[in-house]
Design a protein around this ligand. Sequence first.
Ligand SMILES: [Zn+2]
Length: 467
Amino acid sequence: MLKSCFLPCAVLITCFVLATESRGAVSVVDRPDTLRRNDFYVSNREPLEPNPLLKLPIRAIEPRGWLRKQLELEAAGFTGHLTEISRFLRKEGNAWLEPKKGKHGWEEVPYWLKGYANLAFVLDDEALLRETKVWIEAAIRSRQADGWFGPESNRTRLKGNPDLWPNMIMLFCLQDYYDYTGDRRVIDLLTKYFKHLTTIPDEKFLPGYWDRIRAGDQLYSILWLYNRTGEVWLLDLAHKTHHNAARWDEDVINWHNVNIAQAFGEPATYWMLSKEPSHRQAACRNWQKVRDLYGQVPGGMFGADENARPGRNDPRQAIETCGIVEEMLSDETLVWITGDLRWADRCEDVVFNSLPAALTADLKALRYLTAPNMVLSDRQSKSPGLENGGPMLHMNPHGHRCCQHNWGHGWPYYAQHLWFATPDNALELWVSARRAEPRRIVPGVQTRLAVQRYAVHPRGHADRTPR
Ligand SMILES: [Zn+2]
């Protein structure tokens, strides 16, 4: 799985009417033009910046070959069985199932469900889907008259103020469930919840550490709903979220590894609304600043073995598994927001190098921290060489709480971002093979090579009728 000398040449191939296996012309472009909007799939609505690529519905991509094998290993590994070993996922008295009195109402359940549910969706696996529905139905049932949903304890968790962070993760689970099922109750729930957020005064809005720093996730979800309903008050809420969030548009304002990987791209998400070029550029600037200071680490990540620390920047420094998958998702999102294929390269560097190194090959155990130059992977503490003390390098499915629950979205989201739609009703394959030089690309032949390489193929595009 590990790629050596990995420096892919990403090429965007526009294959017109690919799903119908047309022998029509193929053109190669830097990025798709945005003069029109796709007739088949959800695009950014006005006044949002038109997006050059569109994420396809989950059912539109079927993973095959080695990628399917990875997903099946994940389902058979500890992620697929985490309800059996994690106390946070015990159903009895769980606050995500019993919102008014249960325990464990913070991030662990939605962290796990985000990966587990998407695994169920991309594999169309009946057993995984049954378990997914238990938690999704409970989240939908938990909606209160004022629009709040999820554990009650989160309403007042931050000195009497709401902690919106756990719900930010569950919003992803719900959106993906809607994408897979078309269940309109999700749209209703999100609409009422976001309406509730409009009633929270600024001084009580995103008052905590995690919710303020990671508010870009909430911003993403608000724009996701806006694109599906067109209710303009959502744009006011999007502005409010950005203005109360940590200022990633100004600089790298926090050095926690997961915060960086998850939130550095927030300004580019906001750029879709603000249309201010500096917001789009801020995501690139943040990424580059972190690599300039701490990126002397192969594998696409950076040295931050909880936080990045001055002077600790060589390949002995590690990265957290949560940081790895959050970087992947940020890069995948930035591909379709910007159409800039550097984000595809950056994502793949992580996917094929850092991610496999953080888990056993059978996906039955993981480490909290992984470093490129790591000669021991044992139970001993490596502090202060690594910032974190304790058995951070030990492969263990029972520990490493946040990564244990959160890492699971890595492969399923990767599988969902290998093909995109374009504004002009084409499908595009994200190709990063050294042999895929543009001049050699002819209809059919090179496309099949690329499909085998990624082991996915698009389906359903030609069957859909325009909205
Ligand atoms: Zn973690």
